[in-house]
Ligand binder design. Structure first.
Ligand SMILES: CC(=O)SCCNC(=O)CCNC(=O)[C@H](O)C(C)(C)COP(=O)(O)OP(=O)(O)OC[C@H]1O[C@@H](n2cnc3c(N)ncnc32)[C@H](O)[C@@H]1OP(=O)(O)O
Length: 185
């Protein structure tokens, strides 16, 4: 018998993952690898999404990955995730990443990203996720923002696909004159 409710509050699946940045996470410049942070973001997005969905989830797309500030070895990184939006089988998880210097207590906001995840049923097909109970104006703002984000992203994908089909290399080669490249053909 399926006991998953039709709607779940945002607070039910809100998740924070905190991890110490150890030396093996560093790149050649001594700062934390972006890939480590991305992996942690995927992990917390998965935990948050699968708790809301009561099903395993897969990552379909990631938006807004801008590393605003470097993260240092020894920092405590916290990733705060909540479901911002639900569609039918997909949901969008917003993740805010902060890094804290434990000695000084200084906290840096390093990035905010949006992971779109799809729930999978036992048959490995996309499965419907519970609706979302918005418990505050902030939750409502994030849901509305996610609708706009999805619309913009769909429009962008469409335009990009169009521009690829109409792109004529020969007639647009002159645009490369102002770029830092040399034609070698
Ligand atoms: C935890 C991990 O990291 S898993 C590893 C990385 N991820 C993966 O392996 C996922 C690989 N991708 C897939 O398996 C498939 O693309 C799926 C299952 C996610 C989607 O399959 P589709 O055949 O497109 O399914 P379908 O057309 O039914 O769409 C399902 C939902 O995904 C959404 N979706 C599909 N593609 C995208 C996309 N590129 N961006 C945003 N949403 C998308 C659809 O809008 C739909 O949402 P809705 O039900 O809320 O309206």
């Amino acid at each position: 018998m399926n006991t998953t409710p039709n709607y779940r509050p945002v607070s039910y699946s809100r998740t924070t993952l905190t991890e110490l940045m150890i030396p093996s996470y560093a790149n050649f410049g001594g700062k934390i690898h972006g890939g480590i942070l991305l992996s942690l973001m995927d992990k917390v997005a998965y935990a948050c999404a699968s708790k809301h969905a009561a099903n395993y989830c897969v990552t379909v797309s990631v938006e807004g990955v801008h590393f605003l500030q470097p993260v240092d070895v020894g920092d405590l990184v916290s990733l705060k995730a909540s479901v911002n939006y639900v569609g039918n089988t997909s949901l969008m998880v917003g993740i805010r990443v902060i890094a804290e210097n434990v000695k000084t207590g200084t906290v840096k906001h390093t990035n905010t990203s949006y992971f779109t995840m799809v729930a999978k049923g036992d048959d490995d097909k996309p499965a419907q996720v519970p609706g979302l109970i918005l418990e505050s104006r902030e939750d409502a703002r994030r849901f509305l923002e996610a609708i706009k984000r999805r619309e913009l992203s769909q429009r962008y994908e469409k335009e990009l696909a169009n521009s690829k089909t109409v792109l004529s290399v020969d007639s647009e080669l002159h645009l490369l004159e102002s770029q830092r490249c040399q034609l070698a053909f």
